[in-house]
Design a protein around this ligand. Structure first.
Ligand SMILES: Cc1cc2nc3c(=O)[nH]c(=O)nc-3n(C[C@H](O)[C@H](O)[C@H](O)COP(=O)(O)OP(=O)(O)OC[C@H]3O[C@@H](n4cnc5c(N)ncnc54)[C@H](O)[C@@H]3O)c2cc1C
Length: 465
């Protein structure tokens, strides 16, 4: 067990990608480092455990990336998904630094593999972790431990002693005892507040009771709230988050990737009233998958159903739960407790509006509807081959964007505009600086790796002075 009575150079709250990148960078810069992770060793790593890939700019193809992804293209993708709601200087800084991270992560033992195919279409832009997020974390932990970073599991930061923007100590709850842990600098890398349903309810009302949380139950925003209460500047819209459509049968927390549905583009999506409500074929999957959580959140009872037929059932990744099957649309409605007349009318109205085209799910094809509201602008094919299928879906919240404001050093800014004397933030807890809204696959890990590394480096420098 770490000695919680000594004063460390750098104290890091959290145990995911952002925390470990910060810990390694700070230790490599010569600091004594303590990581306090709320989870047990087995569950260490928060949402990072569930990840598969990271988006980094690069100028040429590599062994695992199929072509270049220039900084400018990354920035224009970010502008498109956020609709301009990003701190441009910080975002450009992150994208520039991400190039280096692509080399730095393998130097810490992380291995990449060529991307998966199918609906993900990320082979050029995103690097996939060999073995997924857990394997990536295992290498970061191993490297950190080898370098001499001290790691305390089952240790939750429950309070912070901060005086006029200067961190003094953190109250850490460990095996029933509370310790005041002192450090010259503090790095907050302990996630957003997505697992705190009561906090979500402040913005979403009772609807938040129907949200499912895709990742760790630990990201309750405890440290985020403490920091905002103690004068750190807030940025980001509290209602904005990354949210996808996940199986309504998934557990409340930690369902991970296997409960997510990638099948939206292959069928239609209807709500509790058996009505369609959005263009299922708007754009390719990586650019549009993250809007479906919010779309379902806005529907009555926060429930929707992806409806498709047997002609497409093998075209997407299977998930944990099998689809609900029936011999006719009427029967399917019965299984879903939807109004059979309404579902039949929606499906036949859709089928009648489908125009002939050449189906290709790897491009924005010419299969579309005509005269239908909302339209389906690509990949529209009639739903007419029995058996018919449905997945019930609910909003699956990945992470929230409300954040502590930081500068290019990852240093927190106080409400009076002054930089904090010794507090830094990285990862989800500051994601709202660059993600005002929307999402492009792999940016969560970019934010954690880039700002984690910067935070660790800068905290070490700060601790020396
Ligand atoms: C199912 C799923 C799949 C995803 N896939 C991808 C992907 O492929 N690519 C991508 O870029 N992003 C992905 N994301 C998003 C990504 O997981 C996050 O953006 C990223 O992992 C955030 O890293 P982090 O270190 O900030 O937070 P986390 O990895 O969540 O780590 C936060 C840590 O803080 C700890 N903690 C919380 N509160 C306290 C406290 N009070 N005291 C001490 N410790 C505390 C937690 O236990 C946890 O270990 C995915 C998320 C989910 C849920």
């Amino acid at each position: 067990m770490a000695d919680l009575t000594r004063k460390y150079d750098v104290l890091i709250a959290g145990g995911g990608n952002a925390a470990l990148c910060a810990a390694i960078a700070a230790r490599r810069a010569g600091s004594s480092v303590l990581v306090v992770e709320m989870a047990t060793k087995f569950y260490r790593g928060g949402n990072t455990r569930h990840t598969r890939n990271i988006r980094c700019a690069h100028d040429a193809a590599t062994d695992t990336l199929s072509g270049p992804y220039p900084e400018e293209e990354f920035f224009s993708d970010l502008l498109a998904v956020t609709q301009g709601q990003t701190d441009e200087a910080l975002a450009r800084h992150m994208i520039h630094e991400s190039k280096d991270v692509l080399d730095w992560l393998p130097q810490q033992g992380v291995r990449f593999q060529p991307s998966l195919g199918g609906t993900l279409s990320l082979g050029r832009t995103n690097s996939f972790f060999l073995g997924g997020g857990r394997a990536m974390l295992n290498m970061l932990y191993l490297t950190a431990e080898t370098l001499g970073v001290e790691i305390e599991y089952d240790a939750e930061v429950v309070d912070l002693d901060i005086d006029s923007g200067m961190f003094l100590s953190a109250a850490v709850q460990r095996v029933g005892a509370r310790h005041a842990v002192r450090a010259a600098t503090f790095v907050a890398a302990c996630g957003g507040f997505e697992s705190n349903i009561e906090w979500l309810k402040q913005y979403w009302g009772a609807a938040a009771d129907n949200f499912l949380i895709r990742g760790t139950p630990n990201n309750r925003g405890t440290v985020l709230k403490l920091l905002l209460d103690r004068g750190v500047q807030e940025t980001g819209d509290p209602t904005q988050c990354h949210a996808v459509a996940i199986d309504a049968r998934a557990p409340k927390y930690d369902g991970g990737i296997i409960t997510r549905h990638d099948s939206v583009i292959f069928g239609i999506v209807v709500n509790r009233d058996a009505q369609r409500f959005y263009d299922e074929g708007e754009d390719i999957w990586p650019k549009r998958y993250a809007i479906w959580g919010r779309l379902v959140a806005a529907q009555p009872d926060q429930i929707a159903y992806i409806i498709f037929d047997s002609s497409v059932v093998t075209m997407f990744m299977p998930t944990l739960y099998p689809p609900i099957a029936a011999g006719s649309i009427r029967e399917l409605a019965g299984e879903l407790t939807l109004d059979p007349d309404a579902l039949e009318a929606t499906v036949s109205g859709f089928n009648a509006a489908v125009r002939p085209g050449t189906f290709d799910d790897t491009i924005l094809d010419d299969c579309r509807t005509e005269g239908l509201t909302p339209p389906k602008t690509h990949w529209a094919r009639r739903i007419e081959t029995a058996p018919y299928y449905a997945y019930p879906v609910r909003p699956g919240i990945t992470f929230t964007y409300l954040a502590t404001r930081v500068n290019k050093e990852s240093r927190m800014l106080m409400r009076d505009g002054k930089p904090s004397a010794n507090m830094f933030a990285a990862g989800e807890i500051m994601a709202g600086n660059v993600l005002g809204r929307g999402y492009a696959a792999g940016i969560g890990m970019t934010i954690g790796s880039v700002f984690g590394r910067i935070a660790g480096r800068e905290a070490a420098k700060n601790a020396r002075n």
